[in-house]
Design a protein around this ligand. Structure first.
Ligand SMILES: [Zn+2]
Ligand SMILES: [Zn+2]
Length: 255
């Protein structure tokens, strides 16, 4: 039986459906692929909804025993703890929380081995841009892509790897949005609901503003992809915007 994909029907938008997230975190990876109807390697799940935007998350998990705890804390917001929030919270985000936006959906495998099956994905059309939801905290990262349009919506950080690093062949801008999990790859991995909700709202705003805008993949000198905190530190030290010794341009924050 195929996995039933439905938008969460909450009266309040962007509230986590805890039972659904629990199921997604506890299901073993092989079983989830079966539920998604995916039996062949390289494993990926694609849902073509006729959209010009593609969203991405990964199904595989870092190798820790599956667990899920909803922790109530006196005088503090409750938290969800699960090592599988990376990236089952991303899977939940694309299959449920943001389903109403109508984006095409790609779920991948082997991201944790830094060999994402996204490299084998053949797009049915040219997308305007690609968004991934596989990131701690509340910034956004762009890796080798250059997406200055994001700066108004998210803090821009620096990242090392996720599926979209292997999606250059799509020829468009890709970026990865933080979904409020923390301490991933440890048994203490948890999520901050408020952070997640805020990121959903910020993303929906970006989506409304840019869904019809084609953001091309432009190859930039690495100096244009520096994290804002690093650039600020350098600017404080030398009192001006540093110039790149390779390309001669003023350095710029990533995004
Ligand atoms: Zn991940
Ligand atoms: Zn990971």
């Amino acid at each position: 039986m195929a996995y039933a994909v439905t938008a969460v029907k909450n009266s309040r938008k962007y509230k986590v459906d805890i039972d659904l997230l629990r199921k997604l975190c506890l299901v073993p990876t092989d079983v989830l692929w079966e539920l998604l109807g995916v039996t062949e390697h390289p494993r990926m799940y694609f849902e073509d909804r006729g959209s010009n935007i593609l969203c991405v998350a990964h199904v595989d998990c870092y190798g820790l025993p599956h667990s899920f705890r909803y922790v109530k804390r006196p005088d503090k917001p409750s938290i969800i703890m699960s090592p599988q929030l990376d990236d089952r919270l991303g899977v939940y985000t694309v299959l449920h929380a943001l389903y109403h936006l109508g984006m095409d959906i790609l779920l991948t495998d082997d991201e944790e081995a830094a060999l994402s099956t996204a490299a084998c994905f053949t797009p049915p059309r040219r997308y305007n841009w690609v968004v991934e939801f596989d990131r701690r905290g509340h910034d956004a990262v762009t890796y080798q892509y250059y997406v200055p349009e994001l700066r108004e919506y998210f803090d821009i950080g620096a990242g090392t790897y996720s599926d979209i690093v292997d999606m250059e062949h799509l020829g468009v801008a890709c970026f990865n949005v933080g979904i409020g999990f923390h301490k991933e790859h440890t048994a203490e991995c948890y999520m901050n609901h408020k952070e997640w909700s805020r990121q959903m709202e910020a993303f929906e705003q970006f989506f409304d503003d840019y869904k019809d805008v084609a953001l091309e993949f432009e190859e930039k000198c690495r100096c244009q992809l520096i994290s804002s905190s690093l650039l600020e530190m350098w600017m404080e030290e030398i009192g001006e915007t540093p110039t790149c010794p390779y390309c001669g341009l003023e350095m710029n924050v990533s995004g």
